[in-house]
Design a protein around this ligand. Sequence first.
Ligand code: GTP
Ligand code: MG
Length: 206
Amino acid sequence: MKISKAVYVASSVSAASKPSPAKTEFAFIGRSNVGKSSLINCLTGNSSLAHTSSKPGKTQCINHFLINDSWYLVDLPGYGYAKMSKQRREGLATMINDYIDNSLELALLFVLLDSRHDLLKIDLDFLISLGEKGVPFAIVLTKCDKLGPNALAARVESMKSAIGEYWEPLPLIFTTSAERGTGKDDVLDYIGQVLKDLETNNQQIQ
Ligand code: GTP
Ligand code: MG
């Protein structure tokens, strides 16, 4: 899959106020600061498309980017930022859950996990909630440039065994670095494959 055009369309605060017409969506979720917006910029080859920050809590809305005039990449706010007010944190959690629960166009949710940490309870709980809702997801390990090859291989194995306790078969796990572009083609090729499958099944939202 090649991205030849990526355009910011809209920021919304609920699934009901998403841009129309509806189109197939691939969304990015994970803890604040895990690298969601950076990964979208990496995939689209446009470093200023989604706003990023070294401080957690940057993305506060549901942001739609129209890709190749045909489908959306969706940047979501992060969950679990402890230093945000409880009210704001709960507001964002409600926004995220509303988006997930009410987005019929959502083809796949990429759940981003920081490759520097083992699976955290907050991420496991989130993954379990997706499983209960039957939301299709794939896992993306981010910031892999921060680990050496051996440490990264060990992290992938420990993630597989932690996640494997709950999922059989294992969900897909991509290893990425938005900084270096690592894993970009793997993620894009997978998106291309999902789009093709939807087209074959005639399910793609036009
Ligand atoms: P929120 O919108 O606050 O939830 O954060 P986010 O998940 O969108 O993270 P964002 O893309 O804003 O990145 C957070 C910080 O991590 C920024 O300082 C990025 O430069 C850095 N970062 C993101 N991806 C990578 C990566 O692959 N490698 C390295 N070294 N840093 C990264
Ligand atoms: Mg962001």
